[in-house]
Write a protein that binds this ligand. Sequence first.
Ligand code: AVJ
Ligand code: FE
Length: 448
Amino acid sequence: MSTLGPEIVDLSAEELRERVAVELDRTRRRSAALTDVVDDEELVKQHSPLMSPLVWDLAHVGSQEEQWLVRDVGGRRALRPDIDDLYDAFQHARAERPELPLLGPEESRQYVATVRDKVHDVLDRVPLRGRRLVDNAFAFGMIVQHEQQHDETMLATHQLRRGDPVLHAPDPPAPPEGTETSGEVLIPAGSFTMGTSEEPWALDNERPAHRVHVDDFLIDAHPVTNADFFRFVDSGGYQQPRWWSEEGWRYLRHAGLEAPLFWRRSGDVWMRRRFGRVEPVPAREPVMHVSFHEALAYANWAGKRLPTEAEWEKAARFDPRSGRSRRYPWGDAAPEPHHANLGQRHLRPAPVGSFPEGRSPAGVGQLIGDVWEWTATDFAPYPGFEAFPYREYSEVFFGPSYKVLRGGSFGTDPAACRATFRNWDFPVRRQIFAGFRCARTPSRAELD
Ligand code: AVJ
Ligand code: FE
């Protein structure tokens, strides 16, 4: 597995081109796999009003690639300017996309392949230094990440889809015997560097690096598990308004929530549907398919709270020995399979306690991969933020409507996941692969 980090600054132009080409091809194989496993009818159908038809995601990926890499970076003639509007996410809500005169499955595959041929030609010819958009192949990295983000979205569509299983993957490794998983870790007060100005493929909202003071806090060493969450459900958590924010309770009533999405009670046990298979809810796995509101209600019930975004990033990056912020909890090395459950190698999060080699210096585990983690923080710009290269990636979403999620899920590719990476969504969303961990402020006695 390879992510492209600060080391690419030292690559020769030839080496950088080769690395970029590998990332583009690897990513396209994932998109193809997610769209080739179902028939045409399933590709054009809407599996949930929350999602686009799979065939829309596929051609949208090609359309963005054409606009940025063929036209802007390459300065080439537009291939299909007539379809720009169809695949502009701001022109048509997801719910309306099936009614649009979209390219069909075969046309979409042809279109993305034609765009990709041109892109390889552009990559061979264009200088990868000098202009900000292409410096260190940034625009190519942005397009790789964009496709990977839509691949994760398509994976969520597969999870919503009804019918027989079509995706297959081995289960993640079990944690080492006797691993302690219930603890909290104290992160002492002090400032740290949040965000990045060095990561060449970091997106605009992760920039710039800036110092942030964070007070003493305790954070769970692992994500909240299904067994933990079951105790909240079982104790009547979804029937008691006192655990819920006013907005959360209104949403619960309106949507009729009783448990995480995809859970169903069968006699005495909770079952869940996962990519077309029905199975008992596994106790030791991080809970997922919960909204921000459910995460917050659980935290209130547990006498804790959700971590702020700055707390999460400090827990994930701060190395107290050097005083530096790392790229990942385990250090600066690109993610390997022994560090984290990323890249859809598995079709589920790993039980808590897995990946001991992926822990942070303070001993916090599974921050990267497994499940996205809801934070308490609204999506907002860092001090010194500058929209680049377009306002519609981040800037138009800043504000109180969206909560930040961190860390990536089992369905997030390493190329689209860093400890600085910021995801965001509406606090009611449950179809994403999101869970959470709790934090709390220590009492005086706990600090002495
Ligand atoms: C970063 C996951 C919130 O998929 O909605 C995709 C990224 N922006 N196409 C999304 C994105 C444009 C975005 N998230
Ligand atoms: Fe997009």
